[in-house]
Design a protein around this ligand. Sequence first.
Ligand SMILES: CC(C)(COP(=O)(O)OP(=O)(O)OC[C@H]1O[C@@H](n2cnc3c(N)ncnc32)[C@H](O)[C@@H]1OP(=O)(O)O)[C@@H](O)C(=O)NCCC(=O)NCCS
Length: 323
Amino acid sequence: MINAYISGTGSYAPQNVVKNDFFQSVGSSDKWIYENLGIKERRISTGETTSDLAYKAGLEAIENAGLQPDDIDLIILATATADRLAPSCACFVQEKLQATNAVAFDISAVCSGALFATSTGVQFIKSGMYKNVLIIGADTFSNITDWSRRDSVFFGDGAGAMVLSNTTENKGFIDFSLHTDGTGKEHFTVLAGGSEQPSCKESIETGHHYFKMNGPEVYKTAIDVVPKSISKILSKNNRKVDEIKFMLPHQPSIKILKEVARRIDMPFEKVKTNMDRYANTSGGTIPIILDETLKNNQLEKGDLLLFAAVGAGWTWGTALYKW
Ligand SMILES: CC(C)(COP(=O)(O)OP(=O)(O)OC[C@H]1O[C@@H](n2cnc3c(N)ncnc32)[C@H](O)[C@@H]1OP(=O)(O)O)[C@@H](O)C(=O)NCCC(=O)NCCS
């Protein structure tokens, strides 16, 4: 049986650090942001595009897998902030990497994007069609943020990447549990720039090119659907919470993650976080946190990992992985 395992990881965030005090001018504070969201600072691009970030994270993942760019068969880029509406941002990354043998496309699932992209890449490997698939989650939400509004505190820019390779060993992805509920689409959205409301003078004047978020709805949904998805994947695979070494979740807010952990009865020490340094990097969060965990030498052969994400759409899901 062919399975897919993570053979290399990488990450990259812009050098420009924006601390919480910056947001005093929009009526927020370091205290509120840290207590409610767990954020101390975030990285904000000063000109680098999403594909620039994705390229750097992707190249590092390829190098750490001991491969060359032309060993990559497929690039799947999860992003909600592509360089352009067309072509896909993955094409930009394929060109920058000179991954001349790779097919490349984007996946749009906002904060669940990296998980949805990974599940797609795994299928290409399990089917035997491809051997090495580069998954990248990259976003520059700074480009769709209204910096005069208080909700500008939530996001940071960043990218994470992982190479999935084929194996016949007893390791890799065990299962995915993925979900979508389009009735939630108004609760986090960018109204303009698509076919429903093409960019025009009015769309700019009304700020419809910025993200619009219903914070309380995000909170209510996240703490409900994520624990249910975790329970589902664990019971389907006859696993228990205490067998999990770490949960590597998307990073919406510390309060959401604490409540998710409480509901599944997982000690919070097992939940990896990095929103204090990066805020919510949307598609980037899960591969960035995996890369950090690996670089900190915290994973050993046989460790069971749980990936979990929730995002706009609604989209959400979990993955179970044996290191
Ligand atoms: C945003 C969030 C913290 C708001 O909390 P809430 O209790 O649900 O909703 P409220 O809008 O009533 O806000 C509560 C208080 O926080 C304050 N507040 C909200 N946003 C704030 C900000 N950015 N800075 C400072 N204070 C803020 C409100 O003024 C309110 O204060 P008050 O009680 O004195 O009136 C919460 O809904 C949340 O964490 N949502 C998840 C959002 C998220 O994770 N998004 C990213 C993924 S898409």
